[in-house]
Design a protein around this ligand. Structure first.
Ligand SMILES: Cc1cc2nc3c(=O)[nH]c(=O)nc-3n(C[C@H](O)[C@H](O)[C@H](O)COP(=O)(O)OP(=O)(O)OC[C@H]3O[C@@H](n4cnc5c(N)ncnc54)[C@H](O)[C@@H]3O)c2cc1C
Length: 375
């Protein structure tokens, strides 16, 4: 796939969330007439503001890309010291959410924008698919519950705000935004995820594997790099070797070597620690689609990083494409620096975020018929 192909979303420049205006204050009126005038003006302004706010208040419970829809925070479960699993439900009932979500799931990787109301800024987050490991009941699914894996950036405006909300608080969101449509002829995905980039990887897995039929058995390989072991506690690598303890300076650009491949368990588990909620999701997909998904874990704190060999090994291990375009995709998702290192930076031009040229370590590989997309 050509990086300039249009299966996926070109991100527009950051849109203003809502317009908020500030008027310069004037000196207070000094006569009774002026006082009355002031009261009248203030009342009119208040009434106007109320009408404006009411007109802007989303009463519809159906997620849509135009207006923000209110959701309530139902639960926030810690995954690690720096990330949590958020469960949200539409504040107002709607019969349509199931269909809205289903369209997005069928299409590929999607996100929604959350609003930080005090600062009037928005950030994108990725709904997690519902797997067998999910605690959502059928009713909750029907009621339009959504779940998110969100990392708290200690200096980040929106993620910090979300982590301070009390259960029951409102969160406004709009969407879905399709980040990358997975073409129907796709039968192999290599997903390289850094940190919370695992959320779109779960989406891609769910979307691709749910197309499984007797004749069509697509496959996905996920390479997931995390900072901390606790993010992926309990995860066992399927193809990568056990971690090497390396010195800090040799770690960044290296990869696995020298440990017997029979040794598994990259994210080794202490018996006291429960399996991470995200690992449970990955395991659930694996048991639902055996032989169709592999996951390998890489940990900064164990000095083990995704290297060229890890990617090329998976590329080499797949068969020919039967000449079908877009049947093999490499998707890269994670923090900016991670994407740049893997595939080169995305670029801004004419108010839009574009893919930019393919660079990074992936460019150095013999990609053959694999297309690359930076999320
Ligand atoms: C499509 C998409 C899907 C996403 N899905 C998820 C998801 O599922 N889960 C998730 O956790 N995240 C996800 N993200 C990332 C998310 O949108 C936010 O970027 C992230 O939560 C940080 O936002 P923030 O407002 O907390 O941080 P920001 O306020 O944007 O700050 C981010 C970092 O930049 C630094 N910074 C800010 N301003 C400056 C400055 N002027 N100079 C220097 N440094 C500065 C801050 O200190 C902070 O460390 C997704 C992003 C995209 C594009």
């Amino acid at each position: 796939m050509n990086p300039s192909s249009t299966c996926c979303r070109v991100r527009p420049a950051i849109r203003p969330v809502t317009l908020s205006r500030r008027y310069a204050s004037t000196s207070p009126p000094n006569s009774a007439k002026n006082r009355w005038l002031g009261i009248v003006l203030v009342s009119a302004a208040a009434a106007g503001a109320g009408a404006y706010i009411r007109s802007q208040t989303p009463q519809s419970g159906t997620l849509n890309p135009e207006k923000f829809t209110k959701y309530s925070l139902v639960a926030r479960e810690p995954v690690s010291a720096t990330s949590s699993l958020f469960t949200l439900r539409p504040r107002y009932p709607s019969d349509s959410n199931y269909d809205v979500y289903e369209d997005a799931w069928r299409t590929g990787v999607w996100s929604v924008m959350f609003k930080q109301p005090q600062l009037q800024i928005g950030r994108d987050y990725t709904p997690l698919p519902t797997t067998a490991a999910t605690s959502l009941s059928v009713d909750e699914e029907n009621e339009g519950y959504l779940r998110f894996f969100i990392r708290k950036d200690p200096f980040g405006e929106v993620s910090r705000y979300l982590h301070t909300l009390k259960i029951g608080a409102d969160i406004e969101m709009r969407g879905p935004q399709i980040e990358c449509a997975i073409p129907k002829e796709t039968n192999e995905i290599l997903f390289i995820a850094g940190g919370t980039g695992i959320a779109p990887a779960l989406q891609a897995g769910y979307s691709l594997l749910s197309r499984t039929t007797r004749e069509n058995r697509p496959r996905i390989h996920i390479l997931w790099a995390s900072r901390l072991r606790e993010d992926c506690i309990g995860g066992e690598s399927d193809t990568a070797k056990a971690p090497l303890r390396r010195s800090w300076y040799s770690g960044w650009f290296g990869s696995s070597e020298s440990t017997p491949s029979s040794t598994r368990a990259v994210a080794a588990v202490s018996p006291k620690q429960a399996t991470s909620l995200i690992v449970k999701e990955l395991e659930a997909l694996k048991s639902q689609y055996p032989e169709q998904i592999t996951v390998d874990y890489f940990l900064d704190e164990e000095n083990r990083f995704i290297g060229k060999q890890d990617i090329s090994k998976l590329i080499e291990s797949t068969g020919p494409t039967d000449g079908l375009r877009k049947s093999k995709m490499i998707l890269v998702s994670g923090p900016e620096g991670f994407i740049s290192y893997m595939a080169g930076p995305k670029v801004w031009a004419q108010g839009q975020e574009l893919q930019g040229p393919l660079m990074g370590i992936i460019k150095e590989l013999n990609l053959k018929d694999w297309g690359v997309w930076k999320l």
